[in-house]
Design a protein around this ligand. Structure first.
Ligand code: HEM
Length: 136
């Protein structure tokens, strides 16, 4: 378990830039396809091109790879950029479910898939908490 948090181990195990882009493409594909994704898909703009790039670039740095998000898109805080959205447990879980389904299509070992879902649950929960403070 320890191995994934160290240096760029997670980034490499996730297939680097190409692997992460593939994951993010599948993530949004799942969001567009699954009934559980319908509601959170509707929170996004019609065109997903920019958000796919944003999530990919963010995840690359977050997984220990090149940190290019701020350079490309400016400084941001993950909970704060979601503050205007109403995100409760249902929306949080839908996001994580789409990611879990997308991971099934990746050539990652089981340990990495579990690690990613477990780690992504933290920012997802932080987003929910901030959103609930904002929207009650
Ligand atoms: C908890 C459930 C989540 C929902 C429903 C959600 C939904 C969204 C939506 C609708 C946007 C577009 C916002 C807009 O342009 O108005 C967005 C942006 C974004 N989301 Fe999420 N998101 C969630 C969790 C996450 C998580 C866990 C991460 C990262 C680990 C993440 C990373 C991002 C990034 C990087 C952006 C782009 C922010 C920017 O514009 O600079 N999201 N999200």
């Amino acid at each position: 378990m320890q191995k994934y948090g160290v240096m760029d181990a997670s980034y490499q195990a996730a297939g680097g830039e190409q692997g992460i882009k593939k994951l993010v493409d599948e993530f949004y594909n799942q969001m567009e396809t699954l009934k559980q994704g319908k509601h959170i898909r509707a929170m996004h703009t019609d065109d997903l091109g920019v958000i796919k790039d944003k999530l990919s670039v963010f995840l690359m740095g977050w997984l220990g790879g090149p940190r290019n998000y701020a350079k490309k898109y400016g400084q941001m805080s993950i909970p704060m950029v979601h503050k205007h959205l109403v995100i409760g447990e249902e929306e949080r879980d839908a996001w994580l479910f789409c990611m879990q389904e997308a991971l099934k299509y990746q050539d990652y070992d089981e340990e990495l898939k579990q690690y990613l879902i477990r780690e992504l649950a933290r920012p997802a929960e932080a987003i929910r908490r901030v959103s609930q403070m904002e929207h009650g």
